[in-house]
Design a protein around this ligand. Structure first.
Ligand SMILES: [Zn+2]
Length: 155
């Protein structure tokens, strides 16, 4: 899913559970659960070059990074109960996608060495269920998780 959906889901897990020993591992697992739900993407229809190298995709990444930053900033400013666990869980829930950075750098020729398709990369790729209509799923998820997040901000 999009980074924003992963981050909001992680934040909600952290704020709801509160105990970091449970919330943080659960936030990490949530990433892979969300990736198995049909979501927006071009798996099997576009190569890394046709996606990670595109200008619009880079703008999407910048926008999403800003949105993720704003989620953590909102938690810091509002400081709801267990906000720090929420912020860390938001980061952890999004973090598996940071492992794609080497692929992004390689495609854009900012990295020379080839990217190894190790077990983690293969697993993360295999579980993806990406489709164009997954954008609708992302929108539904976003409105639901954003609503819960806003409720929690007042606590
Ligand atoms: Zn992912």
């Amino acid at each position: 899913m999009t980074a924003t959906n992963h981050a909001l889901t992680g934040a909600v897990i952290g704020l709801t559970i509160g105990n970091p020993l449970i919330a943080i591992p659960l936030a990490f697992v949530s990433h892979f659960v969300l990736d198995t739900i049909p979501h927006f993407g071009f798996k099997g229809t576009r190569t890394d070059e046709q996606l990670l190298g595109q200008r619009w995709f880079k703008w999407l990444l910048v926008t999403e990074a800003l949105l993720c930053f704003m989620i953590v900033l909102t938690l810091w400013l509002q400081q709801p109960h267990q906000w720090l666990v929420g912020a860390v869980s938001a980061f952890v829930a999004t973090s598996p996608d940071l492992y794609s950075i080497p692929r992004f750098l390689k495609v854009n020729k900012w990295r020379q060495a080839p990217v190894k398709w190790n077990a983690f990369r293969r697993f993360h790729d295999v579980i993806q269920t990406e489709t164009m209509w997954g954008a609708a799923v992302e929108a539904v998820w976003l409105s639901g998780i954003l609503y819960i997040f806003m409720q929690q901000l007042g606590k």
